[in-house]
Design a protein. Sequence first.
Length: 508
Amino acid sequence: MKHYRRFLLLLAMLLTATFASAQTANDYWLAADKALAVGNIDSTFYYLNLFREKFGRQYAFAYTTFLTEEDYRTLHNDARWTAFMDSMRTYKHEAEDKEEIAYPRKTVVEDASAPIVKRYDIQLNIDVDKKTLTVTATAQIDFKGRENIDFTLWKYSTINYIHCKKKELTYSFDTKAKSPNTYIPQGTLLCLTAPKKKGLCSITFDYSCNLDSLDTWMSSMERDWVQLGYYMAWFPINSDSRDFTAKVSVSINDGYTVSGSGIVQRKGEKWEMSQPWGGFDLQIVASPTLKSKKMTSDGRTFEIVYTDFADADADSALVACSEALQFYTRLFKTNPSNDYMKFLVVPRCGGGISRKNFIAYQTRHFNEDFKTAIGHEMGHFWWNKAPTFSWEDWLNEGFAEFSMLWYIKCHFDKHVFDCYLEACRENARHVCPIYEVDRDAPEAYDALYNKGALLLYDLEQEVGETRFFEFMQGVAEREITSTALLLDYAEEKFGKETREWIENRIKS
């Protein structure tokens, strides 16, 4: 959360910079960072105060980023820090109180009879020098009696053919149309008409992708780092297909090592990735300097994959992953059904993602930011059952964010936890309700993540730690997938009054 927010803040500063001779907000912040790094505290406060005086009102939401910034924590006992933060908090509240809360709503009804992909078998050729992919993907599709199935595919693709048992199928692929998937901005709609059978059938897609214009989160096609996945739709993505298995055979330029979200092995001149567990993403990464380390603990294999991450940090990360998994297993009294877990350290291009048995996070160091990211992303190993395309995603993201807060509470000192808890409260202070918020709208982030986490923390304060975690253990064990089911279970455990309290928090 912290890393993501600072990334957005710095991006906003860069986008609004005048490029004139005057200093920008980003200039002052970076100057404060540099002064702090060499131990010049007076200069640090000089630049922070210039930032506050000239840009504090414009970037008042930076308050929570400063609050959880590890490097600045050495300043927290200084009266100048208290004065700086009091001013920033005042600016934030003044700005929020003048604004009407935006509440974009969207009712989403899941279509249980929608066609889905059950499996992919893919031949992938990556030409890093030419920035191209050639793909032959065979998908096992259950049309469930429907005539059509929609996919999102990389918009700069050239389709050679799509067929079922060598018979051409009817499809439409408008590369100029807006992406049908908010999370895949450079995708476009590929609509496929079913064969007459309209049941389970095997369909082969053959196409090539030009990645010259790749500008998508968690994606890269550079000589030192290749990353392909859901957010750039290098394979045909159907939004209703959340539980497919896959095997991907990868060919790539000489000198590259390949890894990804599944189990990867070198097979002659190719790399083969098997993903025998159900999922909705296929992450492929490659680099000439890709390295990995493994450790085994309690019958589980932990693997970390990285490039310019220090080897000693990789060792520390493996231990931290193992300890976090053990912590959540004790906390929620359920054991995730995985005996293999991979952590990918991404050198650039984004924040963090969690998939079945797989976490990816952008960092260069093993530090507090890294450990808190583990706290959130690994929380998803327990909280990943609700739909991700609607407001019900708070059952995934809010619960994972709460898990991170509790991880911090149990692994860091009280002051650090207090900072994160205050940041959560401040981020949730002036945001729309969780209930039926449009998942694709920017307003959904603080509602689902921070309001959701805060609801759970306050519930723990209301009912007590023992009863609360018995409740959380039941939610995990029952694999609750909707708010309606959660409220029913809350009434069963705590009574009608607590059910109404939770429902009111969700709707207010």
